[in-house]
Write a protein that binds this ligand. Structure first.
Ligand code: A3P
Ligand code: MG
Ligand code: MG
Length: 380
């Protein structure tokens, strides 16, 4: 694995014959995107899939869980089980878009369009998490991103490439940070049941390979999007509105004592929480506030649609319209840039804080991410 890692790092440096210097760039300055909110159609769930405890793909909802409302001040110890009942997903394995592509092949009838030049019938296919990063870019000062884009049969596929900075951070996480990453999943176990009428089993194993993912279709300005995102749980009431309106996002956060802490929560955390849930149309976020020992001391519900109101008390705070207009303009930039319809060609879009977005072009490189089994089926 160490050997592979070395190759990966080398792969990130474009070789001279692969590199086309960026003739076009894109600014991320907030004021350029502070205009009317763009059209964002209500996201429609067109399907879902599950990843089991071994990370195996299933074209069904077997991993969907049901929310069980906890007490206002529950006695949840998020540290419980970290040592002895935790199976952690191997995050050095890069799955790229593979699960979504598998879903598309298994559900061709749902995505097929009559347009023979664009059989998937959307402009973009990607993960919700990649779009979340785009939405928050105008406000991000710490972490840049690399997004690989290939065009196949008229559709643009966007797949993230881990930056050297993120790779180093992943390798150098402290033991404390490793444990705190577990706390979010432990909170999910305390608040979710496997069946609609069931009870949470806080004595079970937390396995972060397991996931339920929704697949939604929507439109941002003139861009038709198909993306997938992990969903933590749904309302246990089977009479609840249909997905994605019945979905609930679960979060943990440090408890808030001071005005400064509240302000930081509004400025940084709520931006990420809002972007993640707004994109797939998840209306509700349940937050467990915990102390430094991992004890949940308060549970609060946030309506995704009310977060923009909640933050208006902050001076010079983030604006949803800036996030959405930046994302829309970036997608336009990608469409203008990516001309070659060839799965072996990758346009690598790169952004670092305080800089412009740039791109390089790579043919038959280690960046290629559309697998042969998908290309073969889509070009049949
Ligand atoms: P919290 O949400 O309570 O922070 P998600 O909230 O997206 O459903 O993710 C579940 C948990 O995965 C998170 O719980 C956190 O523990 C962990 N996690 C998600 N994204 C992460 C990231 N970028 N870095 C570290 N941990 C992350
Ligand atoms: Mg989740
Ligand atoms: Mg969550």
């Amino acid at each position: 694995r160490e050997h592979d890692r070395g190759n990966e790092i080398n792969a990130r440096r474009a070789r001279p014959n692969e590199c086309v210097s960026s003739l076009q760039t894109m600014s991320v300055l907030r004021q350029l995107y502070d205009r009317d909110f763009p059209v964002y159609k209500q996201p429609v769930e067109i399907g879902y899939f599950s990843l089991d405890s071994k990370r195996k793909f299933w074209n069904d909802a077997r991993q969907l869980r049901y929310y069980v409302e906890p007490e206002k001040c529950p006695n949840f110890n998020l540290r419980d089980g970290y040592r002895d009942r935790f199976v952690k997903r191997d995050d050095s394995i890069k799955e790229k878009l593979d699960h979504i592509l598998r879903w598309i092949l298994a559900n061709r009838h749902k995505v097929q369009s009559k347009n023979v030049t664009c059989p998937v019938g959307v402009d973009f296919v990607t993960w919700r998490g990649h779009l979340t990063k785009l939405l928050t870019t105008p406000y991000e000062t710490q972490e840049g991103w690399l997004l690989a884009v290939s065009k196949l049969a008229g559709t643009l596929y966007i797949s993230e490439v881990e930056t050297e900075y993120a790779c180093r951070n992943r390798d150098n996480r402290t033991e404390r940070h490793e444990e705190m990453m577990y706390w979010g999943y432990k909170f999910e176990q305390y608040t979710c049941a496997d069946e609609a009428q069931g009870c949470p089993d806080s004595g079970g194993v937390v396995n972060t390979n397991e996931a339920f993912c929704t697949v939604v279709q929507t439109r941002l300005a003139e861009h038709k999007l198909l993306f997938s995102g992990e969903v933590d749980c749904r309302e246990a009431d089977l009479q609840a509105p249909q997905a994605p309106a019945c979905y609930i996002e679960l979060k943990t956060s440090a408890e808030i004592h001071t005005p400064k802490q509240r302000s930081n929560f509004h400025r940084y955390k709520l931006l990420k929480w809002w972007a993640q849930s707004f994109l797939p149309g998840v209306p509700k976020i349940v937050a467990g506030f915990r102390d430094n020992d991992g004890q949940v001391v308060d549970v609060e519900t946030f309506k995704t649609s009310q977060i923009s109101q909640l933050i208006k008390t902050e001076y010079n705070c983030w604006k949803p319209t800036v996030c959405m207009n930046f994302c829309s303009d970036f997608l336009s930039f990608v469409r203008e840039t990516v001309r070659e319809d060839d799965p072996r060609t990758v346009y690598l879009f790169s952004w670092d804080p305080h800089k412009d977005v740039t791109f390089t072009i790579h043919r038959d490189s280690e960046y290629s991410f559309l697998p042969d089994w998908f290309v073969k089926e889509m070009t049949r």
